[in-house]
Design a binder for this molecule. Structure first.
Ligand code: PMP
Length: 391
């Protein structure tokens, strides 16, 4: 059987060997509970967690590491922020500004808040998936208690003007949450320089393990932190109860340390490979392939395109050696793409979309093979399928 060429790194990344190695002892012999303060196994686990916390804090430019709390992933972090902020403003008129292209882990809690009477404004993107900083600021009202915007979109990879928005919101004293799940470890993220008050992170998007993430909460923006989503034993400075997943956290710490050292090199590698693939597709298939999202402000390694008249799912089915997707894994149960739709792209363009996520461990040869396989599949579908518009 031919090995799969993994090109779905936006869905999840393979774990770095260094992260896996770092995790092993914490799964085998170092089984202490990080909250056990009465013996050496507990102390060792607590120390390992703090070292990982330092690494995650360093990766995002946090001033102090206790501003980082560990969660089960960005879904939990996003839910904690939206629900927590609404809870802490319960009883008074509350307004939240977000966008139409957020991840479901922001959109769904926002829907739940709306059902509770919180007013939600969703700013729409332009045709490239870009959110206008001025439109965000214009949506802010006196009762706005939170602005929540993703840094990199998980379907088209468009990078938002977070620094400009953060700057303006800081002057107005409005809390700014950024979903950094796709971006942290791939592009420069500095919570101080970008004016970010709260940031959601996920380890499995940056070559760490699944099931662990973090929430950065700026100490001087929220001195008491956020109201916890999970109540219990008071772990994570009382902000997230539950026995700490020490091995996962250690793996996350190692992945963060690696990313801090090599994200520029990774970004260059991913951009070089995606550019070569894009060049090949355009040379072979011409104007029929159209880029979705911004060509300029784009997450390294993300390539989302539509092939005129050809169903994206059919291309994926016709290229079984490639691991690709038609959009977001988290939205795969939905019909169409809420992101492409908000960008104003029609049903045909949505139906024919393919998302490729190139990562650290992909090679030039893999991308060359993927390019050839895609062209062959599209040309065959074009010959045989009724969906090739101009055939
Ligand atoms: N936000 C974005 C932008 C994402 O891409 C994802 C993962 N697809 C999440 C949040 C959720 O992250 P996790 O899988 O860690 O819950």
């Amino acid at each position: 059987m031919t090995a799969t060429i993994y090109l779905d790194n936006l869905s999840t990344t393979p774990i770095a060997a260094e992260a896996l190695d770092a995790m092993r002892p914490w799964l085998e012999c170092e089984y202490g509970n990080a909250s056990s303060a009465t013996h050496a196994l507990g102390w060792a686990a607590a120390e390992a967690v703090e070292l990982a916390r330092d690494e995650v804090a360093r990766l995002i430019g946090a001033r102090t590491s206790p501003e980082v709390i560990f969660t089960s992933g960005a879904t939990e972090s996003n839910n904690t922020v939206l629900k927590g902020i609404a809870d802490s403003h319960a009883g008074s008129p509350t307004h939240v500004v977000t966008t139409a292209i957020e991840h479901p882990s922001v959109l769904s809690p926002a829907d739940a808040l709306a059902a509770r009477g919180v007013e939600i404004t969703q700013v729409s993107p332009d045709g490239e998936g870009m959110i206008d900083a001025d439109a965000v600021i214009a949506a802010v009202r006196p009762e706005t208690c939170l602005v929540s915007i993703m840094l990199a979109n998980n379907e088209v990879g468009t990078l938002q003007p977070i620094g400009a928005i953060g700057d303006a919101l800081r002057k107005r004293g409005v809390l700014f949450h950024v979903d950094g799940a796709q971006a942290v470890g791939k592009v420069a993220v500095d919570v101080e320089a970008m004016g970010i008050d709260v940031l959601s992170l996920s380890a499995h998007k940056l070559y760490g393990p699944k099931g662990v993430g973090a929430l950065y909460v700026r100490a001087d923006a929220l001195p008491d932190g956020l109201p916890p989503l999970l109540h219990g034993g008071g772990q994570e400075f009382g902000q997230r109860a539950g026995t700490l997943a020490v091995a996962q956290i250690v793996g996350f710490g190692m992945a963060a340390e690696l990313a801090r050292g090599r994200w520029r090199e990774d970004a260059l590698h991913a951009c070089t490979l995606t550019s070569a693939l894009w060049g090949h597709l355009r040379a072979e298939l011409g104007e029929r392939v159209r880029l979705n999202g911004s060509s300029e402000h784009r997450l390294p390694g993300c390539l989302n395109f539509s092939i005129e008249g050809v169903d994206g799912g059919a291309v994926i089915a016709a290229t079984p050696t490639l691991a690709l997707s038609t959009g977001s894994a988290c939205s795969s149960h939905r019909v169409g793409s809420h992101v492409l739709s908000a960008m104003g792209l029609g049903e045909d363009r949505q139906q024919s979309a393919i998302r490729i996520g190139v990562g650290r461990y992909n090679t030039e040869r893999e991308l060359a093979l993927a390019g050839s396989a895609l062209v062959v599949a599209v040309q065959r579908l074009a010959r045989t399928g009724a969906r090739w518009a101009s055939a």
